[in-house]
Design a protein around this ligand. Structure first.
Ligand SMILES: *Cc1c(COP(=O)(O)O)cnc(C)c1O
Length: 346
């Protein structure tokens, strides 16, 4: 079975797991006067994450979802208005910060255009209207097919944020995919946002964890929010050690995943009924299956029978394919064959 459901499926390598056995551990929930925990491995990971994103500090969370919650709570109070795009993960998948039961934030929406870019004029119009507490962006964008924001776009958003005095939080679950796709360091991307969340548990291949990075004061508030949410961990060096390994070994190879993604999309362009997204920018490929006469779910069921495990996206006729270190070039070639056969069979 070729499994392209998600890059959260990556399994830790032996070398990565070995880092756990020698990790220097302590109680990360016991804070010193300067707000650091007692687990030296967590501190090492947080310092590395801060350095790689060009921020003053970082806080380890058990998941990207919890990390985004912590970041939003560091900026906002219930009732605050927050700019998010129409398909943003924090709004559509996580939901909690915008729910009545939990964060009670009020979403103000901006859309994305055909080229996978946020519509800047809509962001500007909302800021002009006033009362916006935070601008949220997602880079790469999960449900817009791994869309990477060009630096010029980040600059435009930053300029508006400065003009209206509103901070920017970037959901960079796949931040390093964006960096590799643009051929720049992550800090080149993060300088346009006040804070960023990125996952070590996705394409980077670590088993657990996400980091929220930003200024020192922001990070303190994010750590307070983490505690409030029950997200404090103890000997979390056990998850931080593989995270350090991931950041030191698995960033550059993300380009292989992007190559495989592009190869797959380009190889099925002549298919009659399934249509891959036009521009593949990172490790995600969306396929439009409206022409098959089947729903996305039905397509996935049939493809599963043929040896390809994939999953529907947010809209009724889209399926999402995700490439990661567990998917080889050979796997990609097999997936291409299965998709071509599926298309012919319709
Ligand atoms: C996966 C993902 C998250 C959250 O990550 P979890 O660790 O699964 O909670 C947040 N934002 C985006 C865009 C994601 O793809």
């Amino acid at each position: 079975m070729i499994d392209l459901r998600s890059d959260t499926l990556t399994l830790p390598s032996k070398e990565m797991l070995a880092t756990i056995l020698t990790a220097d551990l302590g109680d990360d929930g016991r804070l010193s006067k300067d707000g650091r925990g007692e687990d030296n491995t967590v501190n090492r990971l947080e310092d590395l994450a801060a350095k790689m994103t060009g921020k003053e500090a970082a806080v380890l969370f058990s998941s990207g979802t919890l990390g985004n919650h912590g970041a939003l709570m560091a900026y906002c109070e219930p009732g605050d208005r927050v700019l998010v795009d129409v398909r943003q993960h924090i709004l559509k998948a996580e939901k909690a910060m915008f729910s009545e039961k939990c964060g009670q934030l009020v979403p103000v929406l901006y859309s994305y255009d055909q080229n996978g870019l946020p519509v800047i004029s809509e962001i500007e119009a909302a800021l002009k209207e006033g009362g916006i507490k935070l601008i949220c962006i997602e880079n790469t964008h999960n449900s817009f097919g791994g869309a990477v924001m060009p630096i010029s776009c980040l600059k435009e958003i930053r300029a508006l944020a400065d003009e209206y005095g509103v901070p920017v939080h970037m959901d960079g679950a796949r931040l390093f995919n964006a960096a590799v796709a643009l051929g720049v360091g992550a800090e080149e991307i993060c300088r346009y946002a006040d804070s960023v969340m990125f996952c070590i548990s996705k394409g980077l291949g670590a088993p657990v964890g996400s980091l929220v990075c930003g200024g020192r004061e922001f990070s303190k508030r994010a750590k307070d929010a983490r505690k409030l949410l029950g997200g404090t961990m103890r000997q979390a060096g056990i998850i931080a050690a593989p995270g350090i390994y991931a950041l030191e070994h698995n960033v550059d190879r993300l380009k292989d995943d992007h190559q495989n993604a592009r190869l797959l999309a380009d190889s099925i362009r002549e298919c009659k009924r399934i249509k891959p997204q036009q521009r593949v920018m990172s490790n995600i490929v969306m396929i439009d299956v409206e022409g098959t006469g089947l729903s996305a779910g039905e397509c996935c069921e049939r493809l599963y029978e043929m040896g390809l495990s994939i999953y529907p996206s947010q809209t009724p006729y889209e399926i999402r394919l995700v490439f990661h270190l567990g998917v080889s070039h050979e796997d990609t070639l097999k997936a291409i064959e299965i998709l071509k056969e599926f298309d012919k069979s319709l």
